[in-house]
Design a protein around this ligand. Structure first.
Ligand code: HPA
Length: 286
């Protein structure tokens, strides 16, 4: 499904087009679709990608307009239960915010570039800040389901990258400005927020207990199947990037009982009030 094109909102041509007509990269197609729909004119400053079970946040936007992915040329479709598959644009804390409700995963068969094409398009229409959220398994026994964790760094175990060879980044892609905004927001709302390292596996199988132990020895605090590719693409495209994990369960082998997707969704829904407060307050502080 890789369109072979790069990102950054630049219409790259794809070789092998015998007609000589340049095909646009997926990112460029999404960017044009957003422009055609008048989204760029609304000048959103913040984009938020919602993880499994966290879709309720989109309901907190005022004057919201939603566009199903199917109506956006180039947008891959999400096939995972708990992921809606639409973009919602609306107002929150005096800012225009664009929410991606329904994430695309590597394990659905899309490439790293497909998955991050929307993020590139968001940067292309001038969005400055990118907040990525996910549901994750916790490695710390003391973290109850529903714990919120600011992602301070990550370990990419997905063996994939959305970056072009000339986009090699250095160091930590998580923005110190977004971190500071999130910390002020947590304090203002009186919310306890942990900070930790997120390790991304490919999925869709939940990790084995041995993989969880490996992640722990590597220094991870949470495990999941998303986010890191979008972080890399957003950072490479010049956005200020932040991440929040909602710890929905103890990771495999850490807790007592086997995991289920339903448990992940229902813990996400239970945590969603605090999660919505933290996100909204963070947007207000950006
Ligand atoms: N592992 C991977 N992804 C997850 C988990 C987990 O334990 N919980 C929620 N998403």
């Amino acid at each position: 499904m890789d369109d072979g094109g790069g990102g950054g909102g630049i219409p790259l041509s794809v070789s092998g087009s015998s007609s000589g007509v340049a095909l646009l990269s997926r990112a460029a197609r999404i960017e044009s679709a957003l422009r055609e729909r008048g989204i760029a004119e609304l000048a959103p400053r913040v984009a938020i990608v919602l993880g499994s079970g966290l879709g309720q946040f989109a309901d907190s936007l005022e004057d919201a307009t939603s566009i199903p992915y199917a109506d956006l040329d180039g947008m891959p479709e999400s096939t995972v239960p708990g992921h809606e598959g639409r973009l919602v644009v609306g107002r929150l804390a005096n800012q225009t915010v664009l929410v991606q409700q329904g994430r695309i995963h590597l394990y659905e068969g899309w490439s790293a570039r497909d998955i991050t094409a929307a993020v590139r398009a968001f940067a292309g229409i001038g969005i400055r800040d990118l907040l990525l959220t996910n549901a994750a398994g916790g490695l710390n026994r003391e973290w109850e389901p529903g714990t919120l964790m600011r992602i301070r760094d990550h370990i990419n175990l997905q063996e994939a990258t959305p970056l072009e060879p000339d986009e090699a980044g250095f160091g930590n892609p998580y923005s110190s400005e977004v971190t500071a905004a999130m910390e002020r927001a947590a304090e203002r709302e009186g919310l306890e927020v942990q900070s930790g390292v997120y390790a991304a596996f490919v999925g869709p199988a939940y990790e084995t207990p041995a993989e969880v132990q490996m992640a722990r020895r590597f220094g991870a605090d949470a495990v999941g199947m998303s986010t890191v590719l979008e972080v890399l693409a957003g950072h490479a495209a010049g956005m200020r990037v932040g991440g929040i994990s909602c710890i929905t369960n103890l990771a495999s082998g850490i807790g007592e009982h086997p995991l289920s997707h339903e448990e992940v969704i229902s813990a996400g829904v239970k945590a969603s009030t605090r999660f919505v407060h933290l996100l909204a307050a963070t947007v207000a502080e950006l």
